[in-house]
Design a protein around this ligand. Structure first.
Ligand code: SF4
Length: 545
């Protein structure tokens, strides 16, 4: 379908919300925006990080999923113990999504396990603290881990188990780090609240516990890179070849020791701004480590991020190595890009996922000539759409106030600004932006649709109106989209593909997208409910035994 056949954006927007009752339509109108970028990069205001209207089928997950599933889960040597009924544990069991690579077969890897206290009715009635203490003990006896994290699910908050006290007692008794997260699923409006809670507790209980200085010359930590489908392996390889030492990753292919030493790095590089910007800010305040936004999704973005890191360290040799790695890698994948470009140029994508992903992946689509015509986040805040400059204007509501804001001050002994203010200002003039994230909207074209917390109904409507060539979302949306005869790529878990990060990952992504948008198979699919009603939905044969 060519661009001119698309509905006018304002008309599409009106159609998306016209069926809602007046009050709901008013709320959604503030969350469904036609993009417009002013010359000074100002964009329209969007309402985000507010509660989903009950009855609307949302993409969002719960607070516990953000804390346990996203931020803490991908660390292989912490036992992540879920205090709650077994259903919550299954939900956040990381089976394939995040990968990890222990140094040897003997090194711990608990990521394939699912640890749960398996609460039953009697614990809801009589309390679950004893059950939790016994589960911590059992986990310790079986595995002797370096640390145990405990995650509260909804019922734990309702019955008031003091998980922090249980953990403090077990910490003393066992002599290992045991800490808890009050991340009950009902807190906040989405998994975003869980990210914040995870950041706070990591900062209070783990970061700064080990002052061993880093081994490398150019020491960074990577924040908000979750090693989906092996992305971290690709990034680690690039950094190593450039001569950049990775002290810690939060949290992909990660270890507790990395977290404990994160404050010893000289630069923090933030990938997923939404899920982890709090840790970056707190490390800067307490230890003096500045942070920059990076993106290793897309060739241009990866090159730009590497150059930014090299510029920060102001080392000629490092800059040369970075340029060498970039040119070697680009030469390897450019033939793939050109070939895929021929077949994909002009096709259209829609991306509704995560709190940074719907922005990051637009780069990869651009590189093969595909435009993103509608996008939005599942759990983003206004700054993820409009840029960090809007932070002072964001109203703090009751749901956000529910999440603790830590008072962080400079550590009297360990605060050490990595560069003087004057030097940081000079670097900023050269394009190394500190504490900055421009957001999704300023980089998207005028007239594109930006939709926060898209609903199942709006997804179906968008597909009907625009018929894009691909709709990227998560597992919950995937099959509904495919039943409409539309390819869908999961950008939370990459289906069975990936890695998609860095240069080699870009080539994988392009090939996967090429296969998805250029196969004819989707045109043969018809949703069962759209078939001729005279035909039976299912056919079966009666067999007489
Ligand atoms: S919403 Fe509550 S009950 Fe449901 S998965 Fe999350 S923590 Fe468990």
């Amino acid at each position: 379908m060519s661009q001119k056949e698309f509905p006018a954006p304002e008309e599409a927007r009106a159609e998306l919300i016209e069926k809602y009752p007046t009050k709901v339509a008013r709320k959604r109108a503030a969350q469904v925006i036609v993009n417009k970028v002013e010359p000074d990069e100002k964009v329209p205001e969007i309402k985000a990080n507010t509660r989903t209207v009950p009855g609307i089928i949302t993409q969002r997950g719960c607070c516990y999923a953000g804390c346990k599933g996203v931020v803490l889960g991908p660390t292989r040597d912490i036992i992540n113990l879920v205090h709650g009924p077994i259903g919550c544990s299954f939900y956040a069991w990381l089976t394939r999504r995040n990968q990890t690579r222990p140094a040897t077969d003997e090194d711990e890897n608990f990521m394939t396990y699912c640890f749960s206290t398996d609460m039953k009715e009697e614990h809801i009635v009589f309390g679950g603290e004893k059950l939790l203490a016994a589960a911590i003990q059992e986990a310790y006896d079986q595995f002797h881990p370096k640390a145990i994290g405990v995650f509260a699910t909804c019922p734990v908050g309702l019955i008031g188990d003091d998980i922090h006290q249980v953990c403090a007692d077990k910490k003393k008794e066992l002599g290992i780090n045991v800490f808890a997260f009050s991340c009950e699923g009902y807190k906040g409006v989405s998994q975003s609240a869980g990210h914040h809670i995870a950041n706070n507790q990591l900062f209070k209980h783990v970061i700064g516990n080990n002052d061993t200085p880093p081994e490398g010359k150019f020491n960074i930590s990577l924040l908000g890179e979750y090693n989906i489908g092996g992305d971290a392996f690709v990034i680690e390889d690039i950094l190593e070849r450039c001569g950049i030492n990775l002290v810690a990753t939060f949290s992909g292919n990660s270890t507790i020791e990395g977290f404990e030493r994160a404050h010893t790095a000289d630069l923090n590089c933030v990938m997923c701004h939404r899920s982890i910007n709090y840790v970056a800010d707190m490390i800067e305040k307490k230890y003096g480590v500045p942070w920059i936004k990076v993106n290793f999704i897309g060739v241009e973005a990866t090159s730009k991020s590497l150059r930014k890191i090299a510029q920060y360290f102001e080392d000629k040799k490092l800059m040369e190595r970075v340029e060498k790695v970039i040119s070697e890698e680009v030469a390897k994948i450019e033939p793939v890009r050109k070939e895929v470009f021929e077949r994909c140029n002009g096709k259209k994508a829609m991306l509704f996922v995560g709190g940074s992903r719907a922005h990051h992946y637009q780069e990869l689509f651009n590189e093969i000539g595909m435009k993103t015509i509608a996008a939005g986040y599942e759990f983003g805040h206004r700054d993820d759409y409009e840029g960090r400059k809007v932070l002072p204007d964001i109203q703090v509501d009751a749901d956000s106030r529910n999440i603790e804001e830590l008072e962080v001050t400079a550590d009297p002994k360990r605060y050490q600004p990595r560069k003087p203010e004057k030097k940081l200002a000079e670097l900023e003039k050269k394009g190394v932006d500190f504490k900055e994230y421009e957001g999704m909207m300023p980089t998207m074209e005028e007239g594109t649709l930006i939709i926060d917390d898209i609903s199942e109904y709006e997804t179906a409507k968008l597909i009907e109106m625009y018929k894009p060539d691909i709709f990227c979302a998560g597992i919950k949306e995937k099959y509904g989209i495919q039943k409409k005869g539309m390819p869908s790529r999961q950008l939370h878990s990459y289906d069975y593909g990936g890695p998609y990060a860095g240069f080699a990952g870009a080539a994988n992504f392009w090939r996967d997208i090429d296969r998805s948008v250029n196969t004819r198979i989707w045109s043969y699919i018809q949703a069962p409910w759209e078939r001729n009603s005279a035909e039976p939905m299912l056919e079966a044969q009666v067999i007489h035994l």
